[in-house]
Design a protein around this ligand. Sequence first.
Ligand SMILES: Cc1cc2ncn([C@H]3O[C@H](COP(=O)(O)O)[C@@H](O)[C@H]3O)c2cc1C
Ligand SMILES: O=C(O)c1cccnc1
Length: 338
Amino acid sequence: MSASGLPFDDIRDLVANMPKADRKAVHAKREREAQLTKPAGSLGRLEDLSEWVASWRGSATILRPLVAVFAGTHGVTKQNVSPYPSEVTQQMVSNFAAGGAAINQICATYDLGLKVFDLALEYPTGDISVEPAMDEKTCAATMAFGMEVLAGDPDLLCLGEMGIGNTTIGAALYCALFGGEPAEWVGPGTGLDEEGLRHKAEVVGRALETHKGHLRDPLEALRRLGGREIAAMAGAIVAARTQRVPVIIDGFVATAAAAVLYKMDPSSLDHCLFAHVSAEPGHMKALAAMDKVPLLALGMRLGEGTGAALAAGIVKAACQCHTGMATFEQAAVSTKAG
Ligand SMILES: Cc1cc2ncn([C@H]3O[C@H](COP(=O)(O)O)[C@@H](O)[C@H]3O)c2cc1C
Ligand SMILES: O=C(O)c1cccnc1
């Protein structure tokens, strides 16, 4: 803990002292790219992706990609904001362990490691419409727990989540961080109808009213409105940066964790790639607020890290092209005339 003893101070210190991208590695990577057997620039955004990996890792090599899924339970589910009961969170954690979820199949397809972290599922956070989700100590400890995801030394980290009710949490956080009306940020989540959507916006409005005057500091907004899985993902993003590990952020909910850090310092997300734009309508708006361009648009709205894992497959292919392709000289292929 920091000298002042305030749990969030350690996080603030880490965010204020983050390493920068490696310009030398980028230069070396571009030199090699120019020699590979293809017309210059012909791999399009794949060339940006391999450069992004090299800028953090020193080279465009991925040997230990990991998908981390954080699961949390939310007191706000008492307000009927999701069509599914809160028990589904634990049941899906069991499903992940048994290999039966969508994320298991995508990880198997692209040979990605998968770790699932359940965060005190039997103790839901406070109902944000009437009280803070967490106290500062719990929130900081949960962020620190999220940092542990780096323990196995992954060289690419995909972040995803499971937590019934967490699209409400995400919407409340976006509204606090970026402003606007609750109705602009809420969406159907797992499948609310129009009436449900109106009610969800009303619950988010009540949460913002309850915490009014305390939401300017992004970490304070996180502890009051956020869930444990969102706090853990924010911690994981910070820890990955300190260890120069590139991070792929999943959909609407995972992006809310990134948004907290963005509001602390926009450059704190330089090592993050936004995998896809979710069908949850507020996601496009959140990405635009941070000036981020998602890699994919597949109409997905699942969570679990599924969008991030799909993007990891593309990032792996991009790096394999860069490291595995022959140069014009090696393959005796003629270069551009003149
Ligand atoms: C079977 C099932 C599997 C899931 N996998 C991810 N989510 C997703 O849906 C939840 C958020 O939506 P809401 O805010 O509407 O509850 C999160 O748990 C999220 O990861 C799932 C949801 C369900 C029902
Ligand atoms: O995009 C997401 O992260 C999402 C969308 C709907 C439900 N759960 C997650």
